[in-house]
Ligand binder design. Structure first.
Ligand code: IPM
Ligand code: MG
Length: 354
């Protein structure tokens, strides 16, 4: 079990330290190597995804990532932005399938901004395509052009998907739905965008391979609305890179805190990159108050999807449920009557529960 550890920027190193302690406590004999990705890599080498990191990530069976980015790198040229490191590793490793579960732990029902009865028992999975779409489409850029007879700056990006790119992510979503409640909702914007008409057609064609799963389609604007109106109507959602980025942030907040949600990004052979859904939170970095649970739960996803260790994955997830039941809360999920703890103490509590 070769694991490449990329703590990244901001709160990344703090939350990663707790996740690594959990992994070590399981005593699985994994081999861990640490490397730089994001802003810390730019500072050290000028490159957000340096070659040394590329080599370690390619050799590893799985990559565990904290978070990247921060305001100090905002003015850099686009190719050096920390986010480029993240997009680069996703693309290079072929991690096209991004799984983002949004589960509401009953203890956190009041942490959501939605009424408890709307979100109680929520358990949805967003399957986001991660290596295509307008994120990677060429041509792209900003340049000065002649527009209606005068010169002005002109910005453009290109949205595209091939049939095979759509089919492979839709299949991942159908397989996931099969292991859950057998309902799949494919999200597109076919009333305006040709690319997403193709998306809808391919999803419908693929459905014949999965007669046991019920497929529906929804336009993305409606899906955004339905997610806050009645989120429990969804089981699995599958969508493209851009819509998936937006809808997964929205879905995360249904659960009370984006600080709770893990994610997996998988290639065709279950090699994966695992990271919390949240960002590097520069405003609270270095204070020891960030919530490490999303990263700890990402370790559980890694054990499940890349290493097939369902038993250990469940142990981590039960330990997290136990500390929540005990009333341990980091600042992002704190409410009156619970016990406020920092990053390290939350890690300690999970270790004790394990
Ligand atoms: C995410 C993030 C990234 C994305 C950024 C940091 C490039 O928002 O993982 O959702 O847009 O994919
Ligand atoms: Mg995002």
């Amino acid at each position: 079990m070769k694991i490449c550890i990329l703590p990244g920027d901001g709160i990344g190193p703090e939350i990663m330290a707790e996740a690594v302690r959990v992994l070590q406590a399981l005593d699985l004999g994994c081999e861990m190597t640490e490397a730089l990705l994001g802003g810390c890599a730019v500072d050290a080498t000028g490159d957000p995804y340096p070659e040394a990191t590329q080599r370690l990530a390619q050799e590893a069976d799985a990559v565990l990532l904290g978070a990247v980015g921060g305001p100090q790198w905002d003015d850099l040229p686009r190719a050096q932005r920390p986010e480029r490191g993240l997009l680069g590793i996703r693309k290079q490793l072929g991690l096209f399938a991004n799984l983002r579960p949004a589960i509401l732990y009953p203890e956190l029902a009041n942490a959501s901004t939605l009424k408890p009865e709307i979100v109680a028992g929520l358990d949805i999975l967003i399957v986001r395509e991660l290596t295509g779409d307008i994120y990677f489409g060429q041509p792209r850029g900003v340049e000065t052009r002649d527009v209606d007879g005068h010169q002005e700056r002109f910005g453009y990006n290109t949205m595209h998907y091939s049939e095979s790119e759509i089919r492979r992510i839709v299949r991942v979503a159908f397989e996931a739905a099969r292991r859950r409640h057998r309902k799949l909702c494919s999200v597109d914007k076919m009333n305006v965008l040709e690319t997403t008409q193709l998306w809808r057609d391919v999803a419908s064609e693929t459905a014949s391979e999965y007669p046991d799963v019920e497929l529906s389609h929804m336009l993305v604007d409606n899906a955004a609305m339905q997610l806050v109106r009645n989120p429990k109507q969804f089981d699995v959602i599958v969508t493209g890179n851009m819509f998936g980025d937006i809808l997964s942030d929205e879905a995360s907040m249904l659960t009370g805190s984006i600080g709770m949600l893990p994610s997996a990004s998988l290639d065709a052979n279950n090699k994966g990159l695992y990271e919390p859904c949240h960002g590097s939170a520069p405003d609270i970095a270095g204070q020891g108050v960030a919530n490490p649970l999303a990263t700890i739960l990402s370790v559980a996803m890694m054990l499940r999807y890349t290493f097939g260790r369902e038993g250990e994955a469940l142990r981590i997830e039960s330990a997290v449920k136990k500390v929540l039941a005990q009333g341990c809360r980091t600042a992002d999920i704190y409410e009156a009557g619970t016990r406020r703890v920092g990053t390290r103490a939350m890690g300690d509590a999970v270790l004790a529960a394990l």
